[in-house]
Ligand binder design. Structure first.
Ligand code: ADP
Ligand code: MG
Length: 251
């Protein structure tokens, strides 16, 4: 399915605007003067070299880190400016020897009952309903520590989708996922956005998938270097300079 057609249309999804966002950690300026706009229902890809401040930017939006400047949300039909945000952090690590199953993980996050008491029938049905959103019902009894990269991302996405958010923030969801898995994960994000009317802001290093899936690409390197349609950014001199590589031809 081709994306790019949703940008700017307002349903229940959320619009996010940053104005003059700056972050310092200690005395180190990590981000300065970041202006950006995620339109309702858009999939926006944040790209940049390692250490450019991508994860820091997401953490500022999530309110996990001090910042200067304005972060404003607007949720159509709601007076509140506080949206529901679903978040999947970068590379969470689970011990392969850990006995915690996917069902246990959901129970810990969604139920007051201790996970060692087992899942009630109602909770098991709820977990299956959540996993069905990402076509992963078959993973319910698998141990989290042995999931493949793609399976783990699906499970974490299912968690981030409960309760259904207005905006989904994903930090490198494709890292640790094989090439085939990347395409199927991006197809699923596309489907989720369409089904649940979500705005999605994600960081990624998978530039090849951007023209097909992203409405907007924002290249940052401690500040916004370049932003626009995927092919414009990938073909730009800024992209070539920042990544020290050839631009758009191969995309
Ligand atoms: P990216 O996600 O683009 O790879 P990050 O946002 O993780 O980059 O990091 C940007 C810069 O901020 C890096 O130089 C990193 O070392 C620094 N940084 C991030 N978090 C911290 C922290 N908690 N303490 C000190 N420096 C940090
Ligand atoms: Mg990062």
């Amino acid at each position: 399915m081709n994306i790019g057609s949703h940008g700017g249309s307002c349903g229940h999804s959320c619009c996010l605007r940053l104005q003059g966002l700056s972050v310092k950690i200690g005395n180190d300026p990590i981000l300065s003067g970041v202006d950006l706009h995620v339109h309702c229902g858009e999939l926006v890809a944040l790209i940049g070299p390692n250490g450019a401040g991508k994860s820091t930017l997401l953490k500022a939006i999530l309110g996990q880190i001090e910042h200067d400047g304005i972060i404003a949300f607007s949720v159509p039909g709601q007076r509140t400016r506080k949206p529901k945000i679903g978040y999947v952090p970068q590379s969470p690590v689970f011990d392969p020897g850990d006995p915690v199953t996917v069902a246990d993980l959901f129970a810990c996050c969604m139920s007051k009952r201790p996970a060692f008491c087992g899942l009630s029938k109602a909770m098991q049905e709820k977990v299956l309903e959540c996993l069905a959103r990402v076509h992963a019902q078959d993973l319910i009894h698998k141990r989290v520590g042995v999931l493949s990269g793609g399976e783990l991302q699906r499970v974490l996405l299912a968690l981030a989708l409960e309760p259904l958010p207005n905006i989904l923030i994903l930090d490198e969801p494709l890292s640790g996922v094989d090439v085939e898995g990347m395409e199927s994960l991006m197809d699923m994000l596309d489907e989720l956005r369409e089904t649940y009317d979500l705005s999605i802001l994600m960081t990624t290093h998978d530039f090849a998938s951007l023209p097909r899936y992203a409405d907007q690409v924002i290249l940052i390197d401690h500040k916004v270097v370049c932003q626009g349609k995927p092919l414009e950014v990938l073909a730009s001199q800024d992209f070539t300079r920042v990544f020290n590589r050839k631009g758009g031809g191969s995309f």
